[in-house]
Design a protein around this ligand. Structure first.
Ligand SMILES: Cc1cc2nc3c(=O)[nH]c(=O)nc-3n(C[C@H](O)[C@H](O)[C@H](O)COP(=O)(O)OP(=O)(O)OC[C@H]3O[C@@H](n4cnc5c(N)ncnc54)[C@H](O)[C@@H]3O)c2cc1C
Length: 495
């Protein structure tokens, strides 16, 4: 019998899991090496004092990407995960007292937005048409394939998309485009916020990213009944069924390259041979530590690209219930431009941060003791390394956030918190190896970001591939799952 080609995957984040499961289903012999004791990377969890929290992602969009993964490997998503659509995607609180519920479904959303801001149904319709058009034009070339392969452009329409600058709206910023569609400041802020779904600023990111409102508001926002953490666990289970072997607590020291070709990996001083290696680790980490070290062309290139925003997260076990809140809530800042100026130019935590509160115990009741709630509270934060003392900064921001919650929601938290864990950008960097704690790889604060991101296939080392948030097509659950798909297809064609 012919020897199966052997593939090593370094890291079991969602991108690595996606690639591993698909390759095993195609008949490859796949080993996954993970430095932690469990799979999932940023999609982790914490359980303590009767509470459970997802520590990374909480919003799931593009459910079809998850369905596609399970179906490609011959499994059914519903046999592993109960993924349900949210009725209210998010409850938005504004400093002027306005409250907007972003309902799923155009009709209810349009009537809520009209009722609260006077913004007409037609304007909203026109905006979503525009967002959908950009999505339809760009999805195949920017999301489903590698931007750096000639093959991608074999289809002339794909090639032409790159030059449809007006249609894909790549010259304006998201904020400029949104201000063109709407006059109400609150609605502009609501749609500007989607820039943060890939860790960027709406005042810098190209309006092409207005595909994100289409993806969430029109295609749907989902929750997983067992929590987001069950996504990596389910993919791991399905991958193991297809024959993937997982090695946990296994830090990989080096990727071995001979004559510009990958031949294997080194762990604990031992060399293991592989036909191809997929790095699911951050691209900077891969070049600096797993490959030839700092100073190389690629190491320097990626180090100098602006990382996406990081996050300061407070996991709070809260005594009592707060009916004024939904599962996803946003408490907006007064001056959004200033907030992003502080984050990306001054590299500071904002004086008046937009605060995100996610309560998974709303749908997964055992995430908190009965009668209590588990609050995942997050603000966007600058990259790790910009502040000397994140512990003190976290305490300073905690006071600011609690004051804001008191003012906007009337909830006095200090006496209600019975469990607390704080996650700083430095913790994110340390725990997941993500460069400067960035949560979505590089930022999209430039119209060229999509082309600067690490391509899925190394151009220097034959047999080396990249899957994960710092590689194409970028960060976020659906995109990293797609990076795994692109890589598995490339390896399937190569070997
Ligand atoms: C606070 C936060 C909130 C977020 N919110 C959302 C959200 O709401 N929606 C959304 O879609 N996305 C969100 N994201 C982004 C999303 O979590 C990530 O884009 C995605 O999970 C990253 O997956 P990845 O494949 O890049 O791997 P990662 O999760 O980065 O995992 C990489 C893995 O590699 C392992 N590793 C590193 N070095 C080595 C080594 N030398 N040897 C072996 N293993 C190694 C690490 O331990 C880790 O398990 C959020 C992220 C964070 C942190």
């Amino acid at each position: 019998m012919a020897r199966k080609n052997k593939i090593a995957v370094i890291g079991s984040g969602l991108g690595g899991l996606s690639a591993a499961a698909r390759l095993a289903a195609r008949g490859f012999d796949v080993d996954v090496f993970e430095k932690s004791a469990v799979s999932g990377g940023k999609a982790g969890e914490v359980s303590a004092s009767g509470y459970r929290f997802d520590t990374g992602p909480s919003v799931l969009t593009m459910k079809f990407v998850l369905e596609d993964l399970f179906s490609e490997i011959g499994e059914k998503l519903e046999d592993y995960l109960a993924v349900e659509q949210l009725d209210i995607l998010c409850r938005y609180f504004y400093p002027d007292g306005t409250l907007i519920d972003a309902y799923s479904g155009f009709e209810r959303l349009a009537s809520e937005i009209f009722k609260k801001t006077g913004t007409g149904r037609q304007q909203l319709n026109k905006y979503f048409d525009y967002c959908r058009r950009i999505y339809d034009l760009t999805k195949d070339i920017f999301l489903m394939q590698s931007l750096m392969e000639l093959k991608t452009y074999a289809n002339f329409d794909a090639f032409r998309t790159l030059f449809k600058i007006r249609e894909i709206d790549s010259l304006r910023t998201m904020h400029e485009a949104n201000s063109d569609f709407f006059s109400d400041k609150r609605i502009i802020q609501l749609f500007d916020r989607y820039a943060t779904y890939n860790g960027s600023s709406p005042y810098k990111a190209p309006a092409t990213l207005n595909i994100i409102p289409h993806v969430e508001c029109t295609m749907g926002c989902y929750y997983v009944r067992e929590g987001i953490r069950s996504i990596p666990l389910s993919i791991e289970k399905a991958a193991a069924k297809k024959g993937v072997k997982f090695y946990f607590n296994s830090l990989i020291d080096k990727i071995v390259c001979r004559k510009n070709k990958v031949t294997g990996i080194i762990a604990c001083g031992n060399e293991f041979n592989y036909d191809a290696v997929i790095s699911n680790c951050d691209v900077n980490y891969t070049y600096n530590y797993l490959l030839d070290g700092g100073g190389s062309f690629f190491a320097e290139k990626y180090k100098n690209l602006e990382p996406s925003s990081s996050a300061l997260v407070f996991l709070w076990g809260i005594r009592g219930m707060n009916p004024s809140l939904e599962a996803h809530n946003i408490l907006f800042s007064e001056n959004y431009r200033n907030e992003f100026e502080q984050l990306f130019t001054l590299m500071q935590c904002p004086d008046d941060p937009t605060v995100y509160i996610h309560i998974s115990s709303r749908y997964k009741h055992d995430d908190a003791p009965s009668g209590n709630e588990n609050w995942f509270v997050m603000i966007n934060a600058p990259a790790a390394g910009t502040l000397p003392d994140w512990k003190n900064e976290a305490l300073r921001m905690k006071a600011i956030i609690q004051k804001k919650i008191k003012e906007m929601l009337g909830i006095e938290l200090s006496s209600l918190i019975e469990y607390e864990k704080i996650i700083t950008p430095e913790d994110i960097e340390r725990n997941t190896g993500s460069f400067r704690g960035s949560i979505y790889g590089i930022s999209s604060n430039s119209r060229f970001a999509a082309f600067l991101r690490q391509s899925n296939r190394s151009r220097r080392y034959k047999g080396l591939f990249f899957a994960g948030g710092s590689a194409h097509p970028g960060g976020g659950i659906p995109l990293v799952l797609l990076s795994g798909k692109i890589v598995s297809r490339m390896i399937g064609e190569m070997l």
